[in-house]
Design a protein around this ligand. Sequence first.
Ligand SMILES: *Cc1c(COP(=O)(O)O)cnc(C)c1O
Length: 401
Amino acid sequence: MEFSRFNVDTLMQITNRPSLVFTEGRGMWLTDHRGKRYLDYLQGWAVNCLGHSPQCIVDAATEQVKKLINPSPAFYNAPSIELATLLTDNSCFDRVFFANSGAEANEGAIKLARKYGKVNKNAAGENRYEIITFNHGFHGRTLATMSASGKAGWDTMFAPQVPGFPKAELNDIASVEKLITDKTVAVMLEPVQGESGVIPATREFMQALRTLTRERKLLLIVDEVQAGMGRTGELFAYQLSGIEPDIMTLGKGIGGGVPLAALLAKQEVSLFEAGEQGGTYNGNPLTTAIGAAILKELLKPGFLQSVKDQGAYLRQQLLQLSEKHGLDGERGEGLLRALKLGRDIGPKIVEIARDLEPAGLLLNSPRPDLLRFMPALNVTKEEIDQMISMLSGVIAQIDKV
Ligand SMILES: *Cc1c(COP(=O)(O)O)cnc(C)c1O
């Protein structure tokens, strides 16, 4: 079918999309409306942690859709209890609330922290509600999570913003300490900043943050929407630094492609009372059955080790590529990595790579001087080699002009 036959103007224009309509996906590959194939290093924005339509999702979804889709969040259902049990058994948290997007899970984390600050008031008997977040951080696109994000311009885009999110600098503990007031209740961060270009918080910084927040009776909230669920080679990114946060949010990989997210908290912080938190689709058996199937795959012996191994291999290949083309090296954790281009050729690379024939390559350039790689966690060495060879050709082509 011709692209012009699709009536794309019926959709709101929320981003500039290429003139392609994707129709099928399997593993690391996508197919468009003309039948052209693409090696996909976006994977729905780090969402398809086992690639496009893995067998475990096909099976779990098919079975669950026949059994029960949604009895309403007013009743218990078995898949949500199974997934919550798997999550709490394999993390430092005790309680789970399921949501449908990362932003919604983060809204829940913000509400939970504010509730904590209401129950644990300051010395003057006032509610504590300020949550220190970070410049260049990303927490979602709802009003509160936009305010919590540290993206330039986001504070005025839909003003007035939600107050109470002073911004510190990642990996600078003094910048956090300086912002603490008698209204502060929590510090919230991504253990690896994703959208800002894959910038890991250091182990020392995470440990200093845990010590500081304990001393000042503040909650530590980790937004693992992008870095959680095995992406870094640990099941959760906070495990890289050997600390235990009070609250964690998950999204993206937890659903393997379907809308699922989670808010996790330690028992003493799980302060919601009946009526304070909810949502029509939250914890429905269809998406949580898929989430449970995914998590069981990630927990299979050797799986996380293979993420570490493939991450190390991707790192090595990116470093070689960087050397070959005179680029600026790479950074990241596990299979969330960035190639530093040293000049603003990212958008150009993305475009040329996508238009390669006979098969295209899908890449992401979160900043003009950077490429980000978010392959499926079960990506093979061959699929890494193939990407590197395609990318090398694209960079050589740009170097020539
Ligand atoms: C993607 C992302 C979000 C937002 O998740 P949505 O599902 O798009 O609402 C929040 N935090 C981080 C760290 C993310 O990467």
